[in-house]
Design a binder for this molecule. Structure first.
Ligand SMILES: Cc1cc2nc3c(=O)[nH]c(=O)nc-3n(C[C@H](O)[C@H](O)[C@H](O)COP(=O)(O)OP(=O)(O)OC[C@H]3O[C@@H](n4cnc5c(N)ncnc54)[C@H](O)[C@@H]3O)c2cc1C
Length: 388
């Protein structure tokens, strides 16, 4: 069976590896001239670590990532609002929670694909998908190339997915009313004595720090912005300093010492869930299918889960349509729940009502974080042969 994958991000590459391992003939097409490295870092929660193991790259990922032990939540003045024991969560799920710089994860996935004799076709920007004999899609690239395949996987991301346009007949990412600046901070000195996530909540503002080692962390600063506006990199630091300079250390140090070239500004969008991810021989996965907000912490993890599931479905199910339908059944409820959960948390964090935020912080202090860890573990294990 010939499979064409559109997009070589986390979802596309991991799917390519999973399918190659099962013996499928796989071609990957990516619009960029080289592997994409945008974005700062991600936490591969235990559900994602399980998939990394299945892809044969967990040991390598462990060598370049940090195994997280805890997440502490604070107010913008440094008052502790709660603490999640990540070690306990990882123990319940049976795999580590790994903080990794995105370019390191991409490099590991690329190396693994190459080791399986895979090759990404760069400079292949999909322009459109056309109906071919009313039962197959034909992919047309901007370099004039046209291809078709038994299965076409749309892994072309959340903002401009051509595959989602073909399957769903429209593609409208929904702006969720806040900005995230993301960056990677590196110091010559030890700054982080423990690998503990620090999550600070203000009124309509948030700053999160995820250490990868004692000297390195990726971070994200967020604020409400009613509309999508400009992205002028020369102002990124100024804007961040205005918002966060009075917040507890090491926030100020991190902003000051992160080079401007390592900061990105994102107007954060997701998608309303849709009820079908396939049409003819085209299947969507990753952000093109479901794109939970960063507040879910699960976007890349769910793209990885998709990769494992689709390889199992195509291997076990007789026909392509059966495989697509079974994949949808396996994945729809979990990803929809994660998308809606991400929105709920974003509405609570990016809220500019002072009284609401005060009550929210009290509720956080009163939360049973042990029960929360257990609930998160149960939800994130669902559909996978791990944990309980
Ligand atoms: C600010 C922010 C922070 C995040 N933090 C986390 C986190 O901590 N943990 C987590 O799990 N997730 C996180 N995510 C989500 C995560 O980044 C995504 O869910 C994940 O990258 C999805 O992978 P994907 O392969 O589906 O899409 P992408 O990684 O976006 O890859 C899509 C690929 O398709 C290519 N492409 C697009 N259009 C075309 C075309 N026309 N032709 C050819 N190629 C094309 C793109 O160039 C890209 O390489 C975060 C997201 C944001 C915005």
């Amino acid at each position: 069976m010939k499979v064409a994958i559109l997009g070589a991000g986390v979802g596309g590459l991991s799917t390519a590896i999973a399918l190659k391992q099962e013996g499928f003939d796989v071609d990957v097409y990516e619009r960029q001239p080289i592997s994409t490295e945008i974005g700062a870092g991600i936490v591969c929660w235990p559900n994602a670590s399980f998939v990394l193991e299945q892809l044969g790259v967990l040991a390598q990922a462990i060598t370049v990532s940090g195994s997280l032990s805890k997440m502490n939540r604070f107010s913008s003045t440094g008052e502790i609002l709660g603490s999640l024991d990540i070690n306990e969560l990882s123990g319940l799920m049976g795999y580590p929670s790994l903080a990794i710089i995105r370019k390191d994860l991409m490099s590991i996935l690329n190396q693994r694909f190459i080791a399986l004799d895979g090759e990404v076709n760069y400079n292949h920007n999909v322009l459109t998908l056309l109906d071919h004999n009313d039962q197959q899609a034909e992919v047309i690239f901007d370099n004039g190339k046209r291809i078709t395949a038994d299965v076409i996987i749309g892994a072309d991301g959340r903002m401009n997915s051509i595959a989602r346009q073909y399957v769903n007949l429209d593609n409208k990412p929904v702006y969720q009313g806040f900005i995230n600046w993301v960056g990677v901070f590196e110091s010559l000195d030890d700054v982080f004595t423990e690998l503990v996530v620090a999550d600070y909540w203000g009124v309509g503002e948030r700053f999160g720090i995820v250490p990868v080692s004692s000297k390195k962390a990726y971070w994200s600063g967020g604020v409400i912005a009613k509309e999508v506006g400009e992205r002028k990199s020369e102002f990124y630091k100024q804007d961040l300093q205005m918002l966060f300079n009075k917040w507890p250390q090491p926030i100020k140090q991190i902003i000051e010492q992160t080079p401007l070239s390592a900061i990105n500004k994102i107007y954060v969008h997701d998608h309303n869930p849709i009820s079908s991810w396939h049409r003819h021989n085209v299947l969507l996965l990753g952000d093109a299918a479901h794109s939970p907000l960063p507040t879910s912490g699960q976007g890349a993890c769910q793209a990885l889960e998709d990769a494992w599931h689709i390889s199992q479905c195509l291997k076990k199910k007789g026909s392509i349509i059966d495989a697509f339908q079974y994949f949808t059944e396996c994945r729809m409820a979990k990803t929809t729940g994660i998308t809606m959960g991400g929105r709920q948390l974003a509405q609570s964090i990016f809220n500019d009502d002072e009284n609401y935020c005060l009550q929210r912080n009290i509720a956080s202090k009163n939360t049973d974080y042990k029960a929360l860890a257990s609930g998160m573990a149960k939800g994130w294990c669902s559909g996978l042969p791990i944990g309980y």
